[in-house]
Design a protein. Structure first.
Length: 111
């Protein structure tokens, strides 16, 4: 089965967040077909969770938190994304504002 296009995945993530009562927007549009999707979740207290795409041991899509837990200051998440942008400018960044820090992802998060 073919994977969903990145643009459709990004739109679905935004809709899930909005349906859950959070604000969500595209900060950076990537390749509409195959761009990776990074998620930044602002907790509205100066901290941000960052979720980066990866694969699990079986090769299935998943996300990881490259900056770990607890959530770092938003500036650290932005610096990470800037470094990634230098290597691959065709990725998406979706930003969610949610005081509870909910990511609204359907793929598992690997810690």
């Amino acid at each position: 089965m073919a994977a969903l296009k990145a643009q459709i995945q990004a739109q679905a993530l935004i809709r899930r967040a909005q349906a859950g009562g959070a604000m969500a927007m595209v900060l950076q549009k990537g390749d509409p077909d195959a761009g990776l999707i990074y998620l930044k979740v602002l907790r509205l207290d100066g901290r941000a969770d960052l979720y980066a795409p990866t694969r699990d041991m079986s090769g299935a899509r998943a996300y990881r938190r490259p900056l770990g837990d607890p959530p770092p200051p938003e500036s650290e998440a932005d610096a990470f994304l800037d470094r990634e942008r230098r290597m691959d400018p065709d990725f998406w960044i979706i930003e969610v504002e949610d005081r509870e820090g909910r990511p609204f992802l359907t793929d598992p998060v690997i810690d």
